[in-house]
Design a binder for this molecule. Structure first.
Ligand SMILES: [Zn+2]
Ligand SMILES: [Zn+2]
Length: 183
């Protein structure tokens, strides 16, 4: 249902619940589990009204703020930014619209930009715990890099504490991307 968030039930963004959707008025078996931006007094929303844009059209709901780019790119100070490397930035407007208005967000500490790669938004795969991150060394290195940690630092993910790691995958080249999220 969601190109950029393929399993929102597994990630906890959509939960099973008997609701009457405030947008379509239908009895539904699932609802969106996260806060909705930009509007007041929106009740339970079904995933179908997110996917088809009807909630955004009716209530002006925004689910995500923006589409960003891979965090290592943030490493450069503003005046040192080189030209974007291939595969980064330049996400078409219709993709930004789909992320912001038709894609369920994910639970995070910070307001985060949706990661992109190959000039498209990437697919959100969920959060990684320490063991999962350790099994994906290139992602652990991305987290170290983004947080400015030394190359031999062990990254400890703490779901209830200071550090979450969100996992995305490029829909085109398949590269895995890590987004650290510090409380
Ligand atoms: Zn609905
Ligand atoms: Zn890619």
């Amino acid at each position: 249902m969601f190109r950029y968030h393929p399993d929102p039930v597994a990630t906890g963004s959509i939960i099973a619940d008997e609701i009457i959707c405030c947008s379509c008025g239908e009895e539904r078996t699932h609802r969106y589990a996260l806060p909705v931006y930009g509007v007041n007094e929106v009740g339970d929303l079904c995933p179908w009204c997110i996917a088809d844009g009807s909630s955004a059209a009716r209530f002006g709901t925004t689910f995500n703020d923006a589409v960003g780019h891979h965090p290592w790119y943030n490493f450069y100070d503003d005046d040192e930014w080189p030209d974007p490397p291939p595969g980064y930035l330049v996400v078409p407007d219709d993709v930004v619209d789909e992320i912001c208005h038709r894609t369920p967000s994910y639970s995070s500490w910070q307001d985060l930009s949706w990661l992109s790669h190959c000039n498209d938004a990437a697919a959100y795969r969920g959060r990684l715990d320490t063991a999962a991150l350790r099994a994906m060394p290139e992602l652990e290195q991305q987290v170290r890099h983004a947080l400015g940690l030394p190359a031999d630092a062990q990254v400890i993910v703490d779901p209830d504490g200071d550090l979450l790691v969100h996992w995305f995958r490029c829909l085109h080249c398949g590269v895995d991307l890590a987004q650290p999220d510090v409380s």
